[in-house]
Design a protein around this ligand. Structure first.
Ligand SMILES: *Cc1c(COP(=O)(O)O)cnc(C)c1O
Length: 351
């Protein structure tokens, strides 16, 4: 607390990101990709002329938006880019969810959403997941100022298909439905093709997970022109240049290498399924996952203690100390070698 803070700052509960440890640990706690970015990214980094940094970047990031539009099968006017999808989400909350009616979200989803609600003074209404821990789409849509959820959801891993999302959009027509697709490339079905049909659909995505570029900070949103324009109005009232010219060049290089992208996401999916089998052999319950992590619990061992034991053995995973999640661990999918170390450590802890 400081007397110099604006009154609203005292009321905030900031998001706490997963730890970025200094020591050498097997890092399975923030859903980073264990494989390097496309080789073309390294080449673009090497070739980037430092003299270009003299100039401000293109405030509209047109080249990057065009490359993304081509990848996603939309037009550049339907694409917005920002400094990580967290920033794009923050702008979207401001642009669309500061309404008289509450914003609806699942009770378990990305834990940044409630943080933005508090920051912007947005009232939220949460709905429990269904019995299989899937987002209950039918619960949404009663007198709402907006709807947001991650699909596939985090930290649970389940994703709904495009038809189910379309069903929700048939019902919720007078406020924005934001589908956060941070993990869609690991087995989900994207709602992007629905933006033509539903002007209130905003889909967000990131280069952090499937493109191995978490350190670069690049995220995007896809939606109708009126939604993109809403985001642009907030952006240009806050920071005209959220995407620097180097990030833009490297993002474009990443999009150019489809082969690398496919190989890396398939490797993660294969390792995920192999890891699931091995965890189940150790007695863990593993939720089905269309992401690059698994959410697990063990009937006989306490998750918080497993977290500590794993850390002592050099493996860092994520434990959320909340009522509903404290019996679970979220484990990001690393390389096969890293997952071997995880399983070895769990074998010594679960006996
Ligand atoms: C990782 C993640 C993000 C943030 O991605 P950045 O682009 O790195 O900011 C957004 N939403 C969900 C659900 C995530 O897991």
């Amino acid at each position: 607390m400081s007397k110099f803070w604006s009154p609203a700052v005292r009321e905030l509960t900031p998001y706490v990101p997963g730890e970025q440890p200094r020591e050498r640990l097997i890092k399975l706690n923030t859903n980073e990709n264990p494989y390097p970015p496309a080789p073309g990214v390294e080449a673009a980094l090497r070739d980037f002329p430092a003299d270009h940094l003299r100039r401000y970047p293109d405030p509209q990031s047109n080249a990057l938006r065009e490359a993304l539009a081509e990848e996603l099968g939309v037009t550049a006017e339907q694409v917005f880019v920002g400094n990580g999808s967290d920033e794009v989400l923050a702008l979207a909350f401001q642009a669309f969810f500061r309404q008289a009616r509450p914003l609806e979200m699942p009770s378990i989803s990305y834990s940044f959403y409630p943080v933005y609600c508090r920051l912007y003074g947005i009232e939220r209404r949460t709905h429990p997941l269904d019995a299989q821990w899937r987002v209950d789409l039918d619960a949404f849509g009663q007198d709402v100022g907006g709807v947001i959820f991650a699909n596939p959801n985090a930290p649970t891993g389940h994703g709904h298909g495009r038809e189910a999302i379309a069903g929700l959009l048939e019902r919720v027509t007078d406020s924005v439905v934001l589908v956060d697709e941070a993990y869609v490339d690991f087995g989900g079905e994207s709602a992007v093709p629905l933006v033509e049909r539903f002007p209130n659909l905003l889909v967000t995505g990131t280069f952090s997970k499937s493109r191995s570029l978490a350190g670069l900070r690049l995220g995007y949103a896809v939606g109708s022109r009126e939604l993109v324009e809403g985001l642009e109005r907030i952006k240009d009232s806050f920071n005209s240049y959220p995407v620097d010219s180097l990030a833009s060049a490297l993002g474009i290089a990443s999009l150019a290498d489809r082969e690398h992208f496919e190989a890396s996401r398939e490797a993660v999916i294969t390792t995920r399924e192999r890891t699931r089998d091995r965890l189940e052999t150790l007695g863990f319950q593993v939720l089905p996952s269309q992401t690059n992590f698994v959410l697990v619990s063990h009937p006989d061992f306490d998750a918080a203690q497993l977290f500590v034991g794993l850390r002592e053995r050099g493996v860092l995973v994520r434990h959320f100390n909340t009522e509903v999640l404290r019996d679970h661990l979220r484990i990001s999918i690393g390389t096969d070698d890293e997952m071997d170390s995880l399983i070895e450590a769990l074998e010594s802890l679960c006996r």
